[in-house]
Design a protein. Sequence first.
Length: 283
Amino acid sequence: MDKPILISPPSKPGWEAHLSLRFTPQGQRTCLTYSHRGPLQVQRPFYPEANGTCHVYILHPPGGVVGGDILGIEAELAPAAQVLLTTPAATKFYRSSGATARQTQTLRVAAGAALEWLPQETIVFDGAQMHSLTRVELCGDAGFIGWEILCLGRPAAGETFVRGTCRLDFEAWRDGIPLYLERGRYEGGSELLHAPWGLHGRPVTGNLVCVTKQPGLAEAVRAAVAEPAAGVLFGVSYLEDVLICRYLGASTQQARHLFSRVWSMLRPRVLEKAVCAPRIWNT
């Protein structure tokens, strides 16, 4: 693996950080080269699978994002590359005095490659101003399974989301054609957070997205998650090669557990890989 290129952060309010990842098959493994600017880094790649899938943990050493921060992550997979990306901890957006924190993930997957995007949850503190966009660009028969989990406020600390703005957008494209566009906008204290047609007072929401041409998997997922815990809403849909699972409840741990169960079912069938969870999930 090449050594990272280190660039000093700019002298302006808020951090500007950028992480660029490039994955290329070399022999029996998918190898990583990368560069970074500011407080976005990666640990060394791990290879726990016989097929050489590259497991990478994305790090944000400050531990939280504040108003005015601008974070960007780009990942590009060459043909036949096999990659799993995750994070060792939740991403936290702290209270802001007015400036918006912005985070953009652009994930490009070439034909014949496969990407698993499995970050830990995003926690939005009361009073935060944030906008996060994840854009997945697939070419040809590229494979993708990914999830995003959002927690508004800090339920364990008795904190609800009564002030601030949270925008969480997710896009999946194939050969320049949109497959799935999700637009989430949550205003602190708004009716949406409590109304039956909205979040119904549940602070945790999440989506799992799998691009696949196997519509029958939707029924299999529904059967596997037929009886989620009390108070949890969990739905599964399939439309135009996109399988979508939605969670609405009160626990990020519960959301991760359900999504992990679904991922364990989908991985062998969609990506033809045995289940191999990242080791960081056990810490």
